[in-house]
Design a protein around this ligand. Structure first.
Ligand code: ATP
Ligand code: MG
Length: 564
């Protein structure tokens, strides 16, 4: 049962009331019904956390059901990716993996039932004519000339549709409801169409396929779903959902409830759009770390715990809104701050020679793995005469507020010593190629016994010990904060040409040798990074998950200010 102290969202309130009143026989049974026509995105994560989360909280069950009624767009590899993503998010459907295509025979029998009851007919208008006859929001529709076909004629035609006697588009089966209904979905909606296409599960067995609006309530009823949760755009379809269940001899009577879909800033959440990014090569694939897909976020380094926490925090409401991507990133940082071990890595190396450090000497200095969690312990990091520092941590002519390394200036190397820059070595074009520094052996551990202070602490690696790595940095994939607002523009005109920056060679400390693909690290001062599957034995590849700077607190504050 949910925590009694937190107020319930409207869905949880309905479920709690229904369980208390016994309306559903004391049962809660939900489902997550993806269509296998693409990879799941963060919007689906909201629906997954809601459906599976409800089942966990209220002691119910949740099915994973593939809504595979459109053979032309669906593929088995999408089925596999969806299963992997749901599991990775931390949810388990147990034995309850279903496919709408498993019910094609039942759906067909139910269609015969509607025909025999005079509630469905075969219509032979063209798709264009059907559209014209349907009318508009302000004008009623017109009855199809085929509406009064006899039951016998309809049965004959429909069985022959199934038998494959007609080409695509020749006929459809329609529910006989009301062409003057205010709700367009009730104006004799199409239930079945002819489609001579192989299905990824049923092969060539069928050449007629049910429409989503017909297949969904039947699938819910056959599975005994008590609360069928979907997004708000299906609110207008609910009367049809109810009409079908009221007019079919189904074994159970589910109810549909609608909640607001997730919209997120700087992001498009529509498989139709995401598939364009993939197919037109704007990204490297569905799991490109810039994609808002679950697989992209996994590759980028977002932990499943952070995504679940994000879904908890945004809650479930009945009004469409848009959530800041910064909130999701905040959840990622919050989790990784405690969970990710800290290491040192240099992304844009500048060679530094410590001229007074003995050649060939190596010291192993103790470094803290995570100050947020002492149980994570310490490790030893090698220190020697030649180091790499971050190029941007040095300026030959430092402006006023630049406290890092500069000629004749002393800084601290993290866990190591104070060093002082004594000479800047340049190439013929005047580029800085190397620094000569001295170190103060009295400052081991980073503190001077005489109490003198420095204003900066820099990260570093030992050149002879560091491992080469490629590091991929990411910016927003889209340049518009609210892409949906730009109704007249193609969202692809907002693609950020600088969304990926590859740095190579970078250098990481040797403790990262053998770091597992998918493992997450904080590179001190640089952000959180995750090992990419492109890594080889010779070179690790890292994706930057997020930087350390967290703009969320500022955004939240400014929102509070505008509200008050
Ligand atoms: P898209 O609009 O991205 O193509 P879809 O709704 O067509 O998504 P489905 O595979 O049909 O994708 O969705 C499976 C479930 O996930 C549905 O119940 C749907 O309501 C839900 N869902 C899809 N997008 C979102 C979203 N942005 N926020 C919350 N739930 C979503
Ligand atoms: Mg859909």
């Amino acid at each position: 049962m949910p925590d009694p102290d937190t107020p319930l969202d409207f869905i949880r309130q309905i479920v709690a009331d229904d369980l208390r009143s016994g309306k559903t026989g004391g049962r809660l049974h939900t489902r997550f019904p993806p269509e296998p026509n693409g990879y799941l995105h963060i919007g689906h994560a909201k629906a997954i956390c809601l459906n599976f989360g409800l089942a966990q909280e209220f002691g119910g069950l949740c099915n994973l059901r593939f809504d595979d009624t459109n053979p032309t767009k669906e593929e088995m590899r999408y089925v596999e990716s969806i299963k992997q993503d749901v599991r990775w998010l931390g949810f388990d459907w147990g034995e309850r993996l279903y496919y709408a295509s498993d019910y094609f025979e039942e759906m067909y029998q139910y269609a015969l039932h509607l025909i025999k009851a005079g509630k469905a007919y075969v219509c032979s208008l063209t798709p264009e004519e059907i559209r014209q006859y349907r009318g508009t929001l302000t004008t009623p529709g017109k009855n199809s000339p085929y509406r009064e076909r006899t039951v016998a004629e309809n049965l004959d035609l429909f069985t022959r549709m199934r038998a494959g006697e007609f080409p695509d588009g020749a006929h459809v089966l329609r529910a006989k409801i009301d062409m003057a209904a205010a709700n367009l979905n009730l104006r004799d909606p199409v239930l079945y169409r002819i489609l001579h296409a192989d299905h990824h599960r049923t092969g060539s067995r069928w050449c007629i396929y049910p429409m989503y609006d017909y297949a969904h309530p039947i699938s819910d009823a056959l599975e005994g779903i008590t609360h069928s949760l979907c997004t708000l755009e299906f609110e207008d379809h609910r009367p049809l959902y109810d009409w079908l269940l009221d007019n079919l001899p189904v074994p159970y009577r589910p109810r549909q409830y609608e909640f607001a879909r997730l919209n997120m800033t700087s992001t498009v959440l529509s498989k139709r759009k995401l598939i364009q990014l993939v197919q037109e090569g704007h990204v490297r694939g569905w799991d490109d770390p810039r994609m808002p897909t679950i697989s992209g976020m996994r590759r980028r380094g977002y932990p499943p715990e952070a995504i679940r926490n994000f879904c908890d925090r945004i809650g479930v409401g009945k009004k469409d809104n848009i959530v800041e991507l910064e909130l999701l990133e905040h959840c990622v940082r919050e989790f990784l701050n405690r969970a990710a071990p800290r290491v040192m890595a240099v992304l844009r190396p500048l060679k530094v020679v410590l001229t007074n450090y003995p050649e060939g000497q190596v010291e192993y200095l103790e470094a803290i793995n995570n100050p947020e969690d002492p149980t994570m312990g310490t490790r030893l990091v090698p220190f020697s005469r030649v180091l790499y520092l971050e190029r941007e941590d040095f300026m030959e002519e430092p402006p006023k507020k630049f406290y890092r390394l500069a000629p004749d200036r002393e800084v601290r190397l993290r866990y190591a010593y104070f060093i002082k820059c004594v000479e800047v070595v340049k190439d013929r074009e005047g580029n800085v190629v190397e620094l000569h520094c001295t170190y103060d052996p009295e400052t081991k551990g980073g503190y001077a016994p005489d109490g003198r202070q420095v204003k900066a602490t820099l990260h570093w690696v030992s050149a002879a010990h560091a491992l080469p790595a490629e590091v991929r940095l990411y910016e927003r994939l889209l340049t518009k904060v609210n892409p949906a607002e730009e109704k007249n523009a193609d969202f692809k005109s907002f693609i950020n040409p600088h969304s990926l920056m590859v740095l190579n060679p970078c250098w990481v400390e040797p403790s990262l040798a053998g770091a597992a693909v998918g493992s997450r690290w904080q590179f001190e001062r640089l952000g959180y990074f995750c090992v990419d599957p492109d890594s080889t034995d010779g070179a690790l590849v890292f994706n930057r998950t997020v930087t350390l700077k967290d703009p969320w607190a500022r955004i939240k504050r400014s929102q509070l200010n505008t509200k008050s």
